[in-house]
Design a protein around this ligand. Structure first.
Ligand SMILES: [Zn+2]
Length: 116
């Protein structure tokens, strides 16, 4: 065993090495499950975990998550806007329908007046 694993600086969680399948070596924080992986050897994974490389990779992950979040948020807001537009169109339709109903009643009562 070479270099000792450092605790994660952000949460203080203890780190552990695991290898889901060589040559894929990971180090994971047991507290918050931050993870670095894809290393050919345990030594490389440990070294990456213990250096700024970890931070760089985590920032990449966070940035990718942020992009995904922004996309979802944008889609959500577009759907809300579409729904608002549909609701507005529905209101206009309902109001036009009420106008037609009034017109219809007027014609019917006029017709009934003629028949009497
Ligand atoms: Zn952690």
């Amino acid at each position: 065993m070479g270099e000792e694993l450092k605790a994660r600086p952000f949460c203080g969680g203890e780190a552990r090495h695991y290898a889901p399948g060589p040559p894929d070596n990971h180090v994971e924080c047991v507290r918050c499950h931050a993870d670095v992986g894809g290393f050919g050897t345990e030594a490389d994974a440990v070294s990456a975990w213990n250096t700024r490389e970890t931070e760089r990779r985590l920032k990449q992950v966070i940035s990718a998550d942020k992009d995904e979040y922004d996309t979802m948020r944008w889609e959500y807001e577009k759907k809300v806007a579409d729904l608002e537009a549909e609701r507005e169109a529905f209101r206009e339709l309902a109001s036009a329908l009420m106008g037609l109903e009034c017109e219809f009643r007027r014609i019917v009562s006029k017709f009934e007046g003629m028949v009497r």
